[in-house]
Design a protein around this ligand. Structure first.
Ligand code: F6P
Length: 246
């Protein structure tokens, strides 16, 4: 695992976007695994700058980690809307190159297995972007998740609902369930880039870098992957550095 500490959020966003851009350019066609949340907003801004007007945009396919159950695509708080605003629309990406689970599917189990099959039918994910929850969740795989799981329906922990309430008018509006790629799905990506900023992510990052592999901290599943880069700002790297200094 490669750990890079940069000075601030801007640098973190630039560095991660640059790594994605280089991969896209070098491989000519690429399946990207993408994340939502507050952390990757700067990443999308930077990657859009790199890719805008570039013919390589035709070669990429995107697969999102997760979607809330019960929110339609058009809901302002759906992850589809987030992706459309930050990435699909600015780059004119088409529906047949952008994929995200359907949180309004009638049969959510079937939707989960179809999403898994879809990813595999395109040859799997080449490069996956991950943020991390304060409790160590990746995608929406909460503490206690099995590391072998594929795309599935999850119940969100109250702490995750609370953390994401900032995007909604009221905590009552935050969905309590989601569809997420499983940790097994995520681990199948050929390469993974984790980004984290802020002191509130420092414990999860400490567990990733120095902790044991444990289902209590889903992010520690990445310790079993051979190509992971972690990009941190100073605050998220706080506990890692403290440990190294003693
Ligand atoms: O980037 P944020 O908003 O801190 O969220 C962290 C993680 O939580 C999620 O948004 C899910 O709650 C992930 O998609 C994200 O990686």
């Amino acid at each position: 695992m490669k750990v890079m500490v940069v000075e601030n959020y801007k640098e973190l966003s630039q560095k991660s976007a640059q790594m994605f851009y280089q991969s896209i350019i070098n491989k000519r066609a690429i399946n990207l695994g993408l994340a939502t949340g507050g952390t990757p907003v700067g990443f999308y801004q930077e990657l859009v700058k790199f890719l805008k007007g570039h013919d390589m945009t035709e070669c990429i396919r995107t697969f999102n980690l997760d979607e809330y159950i019960g929110l339609s695509k058009g809901n302002p708080n759906s992850f589809y809307t987030f992706m459309n605003d930050h990435f699909y629309k600015p780059l004119n990406l088409s529906d047949d190159q952008t994929f995200i689970p359907n949180g309004k599917a009638d049969d959510l189990e079937d939707e989960s297995s179809q999403y898994e099959t879809l990813i595999q039918s395109y040859g799997g994910i080449d490069l996956q972007l991950l943020g991390v929850g304060e409790n160590g969740h990746i995608g929406f795989n909460e503490p206690g998740s099995h590391f072998e799981q594929r795309t599935h329906v999850v119940n969100l922990k109250p702490s995750t609902v609370q953390a994401n309430a900032r995007f909604f008018n009221s905590i009552k509006d935050v969905p309590k369930k989601a569809i997420t790629m499983g940790i097994g799905t995520i681990l199948d990506a050929k390469e993974i880039i984790v980004i984290a900023n802020g002191e509130h992510k420092a414990e999860a990052i400490y567990q990733l870098v120095h902790g044991e592999k444990s289902r209590n901290w889903p992010i520690t599943a990445l310790k079993g992957h051979s190509n992971v880069t972690v990009i941190l700002d100073e605050a998220a790297a706080n506990k890692v550095k403290l440990r190294q200094a003693t």
